[in-house]
Design a protein around this ligand. Sequence first.
Ligand code: DX5
Ligand code: ZN
Length: 214
Amino acid sequence: MLKIKIAPSILSCDFSRLADEIKRLEGAGADLVHIDVMDGNFVPNITIGPDIVKAIKDNTSLILDVHLMINEPLKLAKRFIDAGADILTFHVEAQENPLILIKEIKKANIKVGLSLKPKTPLLRIKDFLEEIDMVLIMSVEPGFGGQSFMSEVLPKIRALRKIFERDIEVDGGINDKNAKEVILAGANVIVAGSYVFRSADIRKAIESLRKCAE
Ligand code: DX5
Ligand code: ZN
């Protein structure tokens, strides 16, 4: 079985104390740090650019799991590779020919992920599964933290697990109440933003998610 990895999303952290928040995640046992990049175009929100990703890289040994929610990712991917992304995920809805970008990311010797919005069918990524390290299934409409988990994506996770043996990451609205069904459906990389950062003890929050795999 694949290792369960917990990837707190810094979208819900205190950005005025970013370095401390990243240190806090390290101390609390996070496996990855999930970084949501939004361009005000693919999604209505604007968040983090490559300079901030680089600043995070320079301050942590955690694996940087960079989730691009931007249009034309091909134009900007290199900036995030150079900034230190360890896993670079882009949306299939945003890239006409995903294979070109998959190859470019692989050439940089980092991991590549493809992401799907909740309503995008698996069919859209079927042809690329052999080429990628991870699929990120969105369980909320991308754009904002703190939304409710959409359980209608569970069948998509189950169907994907039947045909894909590598990492399946699920992102959006995950907490200690629903992480178990996400893991049972076949996910092994669990993103959680508001659940982790709004809890009084982030170590306990991360542990509670990991426990859902038992
Ligand atoms: C939403 C982002 C998520 C978000 C998750 O577009 O991709 O990573 O930060 O936050 P929660 O866990 O609060 O839904
Ligand atoms: Zn994300």
